[in-house]
Design a protein around this ligand. Structure first.
Ligand code: 9MR
Length: 366
């Protein structure tokens, strides 16, 4: 219980009605040890059976894309919060904490934040003013309703020898755009927890850069509460003990660790993570469903990873990136139009063997 904030602990006590599936739900299996969450979008709420499953199985939600800058503000700087408000109203109705995703990312954003119309970086002071007013508008609107925000998403470079990705924010402001975003976020809602979120950061290479980033934010005395390891993993990479080592190294800096976007890709693919610059060609071997031997393999892998994750008291949330296989971004990444099966529920909302494996791993918590 000491691992959970008061708000979050309250949420874990709230019963969510009769189980649709029978047996222990994921949230029941995890009890008060850690939160189990999933990504949800407005369109999921239009399906009553899916909405009921979310409320029954999970403690908390992350809006999948409704809080991304390009979904909330237009090219002229006008804000519309309708979609985000709907997801948050659902969470409030079910007493579910919301993890806000996200304030600064180089995708699904607006050019005017950091560049002029020709793509030239804005002067530093203008870009900082835009960043501040964007964060104030969004966090101000959701003040008191969002437990934690991913303040900066995917800023660390995938390239050897390069620390940060070369993005519009970096070009206009410089490397301290990250510290500035955390500073503005803390001022906008002092009670909100603030996270840095990225993929592959549990693996050597990006892990060292992540520790460097955390240390630099700590020496700039800005508030940062946790690091989100996205957890877009493959059926055979990275090994569970590497994930454990990465969690340990991040926790050693004093950060809490969230697994924010977990899925395990059973289709052939070259690398883990979510590097959008990396389109691949690849086969679509299971268009009619995952064969039993692959279901077993996926379940074993999920069980091993979750068993490793829950050994670390620094991890206070595991969030899955979606609900059922039909609603996973991995149907279109890194190869367009495949039939993927990376989540715990199939397209009929039936729990897969992977669900049982995760449930069992959670239940083993002392
Ligand atoms: O799952 C999200 C998908 O629906 C959106 O279209 C996409 C936009 O690029 O973003 C997806 O989520 C990403 C998340 O925001 C950050 N990490 C990688 C996720 C997959 O791209």
């Amino acid at each position: 219980m000491k691992r959970l904030s008061r708000l979050v602990f309250f949420a874990s006590l709230v019963a969510s009605g009769l189980p649709l599936l029978g047996g222990e739900t994921l949230r029941e299996a995890a009890g008060s040890h850690l939160l189990i969450g999933c990504a949800v979008a407005t369109r999921d709420l239009d399906d009553p059976k899916l909405a009921a499953l979310v409320a029954e199985q999970f403690h908390c939600i992350t809006p999948e894309y409704d809080l991304m800058p390009a979904h909330m503000v237009d090219d002229a700087g006008k804000f519309t919060f309708d979609a985000g408000d709907r997801v948050i109203a659902f969470a409030e109705a079910h007493h579910m904490p919301v993890f806000g995703h996200m304030l600064v990312w180089h995708f699904v954003t607006r050019q005017w934040l950091f560049e002029d119309k020709t793509g030239k970086p804005l002067p530093r002071e203008k870009a900082l003013a835009n960043l501040k007013s964007y964060i104030e508008s969004v966090m101000g609107h959701y003040k008191g309703k969002i437990t934690a925000w991913d303040v900066v998403n995917e800023a660390i470079s995938d390239k050897d020898g390069e620390y940060l990705k070369d993005t519009p924010a970096l070009r206009a402001i410089g490397a301290d755009y990250i510290a500035k975003a955390f500073e503005f976020a803390h001022a906008a809602d002092p009670k909100a927890e603030l996270y840095y979120n990225d993929y592959n950061i549990e693996q050597p290479g990006k892990l060292e850069k992540t520790v460097r980033l955390i240390r630099s934010l700590q020496s700039a005395s800005v508030r940062i509460d946790a690091v989100g390891i996205q957890g877009h993993w493959l059926i055979d990479w990275p090994p569970a003990d590497m994930i454990g080592k990465g969690i340990g190294a991040i926790a050693a800096t004093g950060m809490k660790v969230m697994i924010t976007e977990m899925d395990v890709d059973p289709l052939p693919r070259d690398s883990s993570g979510a590097n959008m610059a990396q389109a691949e060609k690849g086969a679509n071997p299971y268009p009619h469903g995952l064969p039993p031997e692959m279901q077993t393999k996926l379940a074993k892998r999920y069980g091993e990873i979750v068993t490793e994750i829950v050994r670390h008291p620094a991890v206070t949330m595991i969030g899955f990136w979606g609900t059922h296989d039909g609603r996973s971004w991995l149907n279109d990444y890194p190869v367009k139009n495949r039939t993927n099966h990376p989540l715990l529920f199939d397209r009929e909302l039936k729990p897969k063997p992977a669900y049982d494996a995760v449930n069992t791993a959670l239940k083993r918590l002392p």
